[in-house]
Design a protein around this ligand. Sequence first.
Ligand SMILES: Nc1cc2c(nn1)-c1ccccc1CC2
Length: 293
Amino acid sequence: MAFKHENVADLYDIGVVLGSGHFGQVRQVTERSTGAQWAGKFIKTRKSAGSRLGVERSAVEREVELLQALTHPSIMALKDVFECRAEMVLIVELISGGELFDFIAAKDNVTESEAIAFLKQILEGVGFMHSKHIAHFDLKPENIMLSDKDAANPTIKLIDFGLAHQFKQGEEYKSMCGTPQYIPPEVINYSPLSTATDMWSIGVITYILLSGLSPFQDNTDEETLRNIIAMKFEFPEHVFSMTSESAKDFIKKLLVKDPIERMTAEECLIHQWIKPMTRKQMANRNRSSINMK
Ligand SMILES: Nc1cc2c(nn1)-c1ccccc1CC2
């Protein structure tokens, strides 16, 4: 997609701020010609290579290139891209339900069936991304948004592909980016990364969804990283006593040190905790529980 050099304010009315991050701001925008509502991600690019402010232009180009390759209901859609002096604007689909992070915070934690409904969508989006050899590399509740938090079954959208990477055949890729409490041991050890890196993050996200606690987080980033390397996590009774064994089994099969041993997104979608039970299985399960009474 070519970066248009028109002034985005000539084509869109710029509205309220929806979110902000290291890159700049995201604002609600209205397309003048159609009245359609979008979100505009206003990114300040670096004036000079050495400057600490702003984002590398190449990083924005990579995010645009990857978003263009990813058309999926669980991934934020890209519509248009503008560039004007030291600012780039990504016009993306409007996601107004806020972050999954805030949704969990507001409810302390969610029920297993709510968590499964969210995770199925996340896993379908991540599975699609991984099928194109693209890893997100910054999966965390802040980068998972809800399209409409008041909907009965909120739709999730994966956002912020600023750290994402598309693997070439047989390529080795290393990076020290990410957010401490969600990164796997291989990132800390500076070992080659893969799509399995995202699966560890999904294990951490699942743990947080079900408990409101973060499995490895400690008082400082150093201690958090030490806990990850030591694989030091448990399921405290006072929070996990009501959590099903299959939910804990799901998490344990993702928080695995060796990336190759970790479940893939496809394997997660058929794991007993996530896989929808057939009506017959449900009937059998209900029958057996009635017989037990
Ligand atoms: N890093 C971020 C952060 C955000 C967004 N994108 N990238 C976003 C995208 C569409 C609608 C609303 C937002 C706000 C948060």
